[in-house]
Ligand binder design. Structure first.
Ligand code: ADP
Ligand code: MG
Length: 259
């Protein structure tokens, strides 16, 4: 079975988002299937971060639908068919399967690596300490940081901190992981170790949406590359066609700047 068969883990239909009268997301349709890796590229300000944030309701989209594992995210229909915003507890329940990794990793400075990874397991999932610690240790091992479990973030490099942030998201056992430029804040020599962890996740079959400027990573790991400009998907396809034979002038122009 190819990755595009079967139900979508995440589905977007005509998603729109404005800030005031500035339309930032202008009708986006996108299906992400199990084990698919989608890389989103595009110029600064094209709406990539906003789109990713709509995928887990960190931004409340104004139109269209975001469906996660078959459930509409953030809204329900009232008796008259009118759209009403779900209560926060319902939103949290729906988006629990979505993990997110940001450019700035925002670890808790007063917690060790292991405590950062297990905090949500304890507080949100109410997991007993021993079980949370065991799962946390497993996740730190997955990102190659077993030996750093007791370290505080200030003692870790940026690359190690970002790997802790990835472990923290993975610990919630999401069905999809969203990454927003996870290596953009890192010194160049630390980028590789984070991409290596992400490559490993992809190889294990994790479903992923990655906003990135790492064209080499996108070319190698993505099943599909999506090029956004001005809040729309302008072109999408396998990396070979998107990078090898870009058809839209805006994409060609964008790729020129990365050569
Ligand atoms: P990208 O990630 O592609 O650089 P963003 O999604 O961050 O783009 O931003 C898209 C546009 O939306 C930009 O013009 C940005 O200034 C605007 N924008 C993003 N977040 C907000 C916000 N909270 N309030 C107002 N404008 C915003
Ligand atoms: Mg962004």
């Amino acid at each position: 079975m190819t990755k595009t068969q079967g139900a979508a883990v995440l589905g977007l239909r005509g998603v729109r988002k404005s800030f005031g009268d500035h339309i930032v997301i202008d009708g986006i349709d996108l299906d992400v299937h199990r084990s698919e890796v989608i890389c989103i590229i595009g110029p600064s300000g094209s709406g990539k971060s906003t789109l990713l944030r709509c995928m887990n309701f960190l931004e409340e989209y104004d139109g269209g639908e975001v469906v996660i594992n078959g459930r509409l995210l953030g809204y329900s229909q009232d008796a008259g068919g009118k759209r009403v915003r779900d209560r926060d507890v319902v939103v949290d329940e729906t988006r629990r399967g979505v993990g997110m990794v940001f450019q700035h990793f925002n670890l808790w400075p007063h917690m060790t690596a292991l405590e950062n990874v297990t905090a949500a397991l304890r507080l949100v999932k109410q997991m007993p300490k021993a079980a949370a610690d065991a799962l946390g240790a497993e996740m730190l091992a997955k990102v190659g940081l077993s030996d750093k479990a007791g370290q505080y973030p200030a003692r870790l490099s940026g690359g190690q901190q970002q790997r802790v942030a990835i472990a923290r998201a993975l610990a919630m056992q999401p069905s999809i992981m969203l990454f927003d430029e996870p290596t953009s804040a890192l010194d160049p020599e630390l980028v590789g170790e984070v991409l290596q962890v992400m490559r490993g996740l992809a190889a294990e079959g994790m479903t992923m949406v990655v906003v990135t400027h790492e064209m080499g990573f996108a070319a190698e790991v993505a099943d599909r590359v999506v090029f956004m400009d001005a809040g729309r998907i302008v072109e999408q396809g396998p990396p070979s066609s998107l990078f090898g034979a870009p058809s839209h002038p805006r994409l060609r122009q964008f790729l020129e700047t990365w050569r």
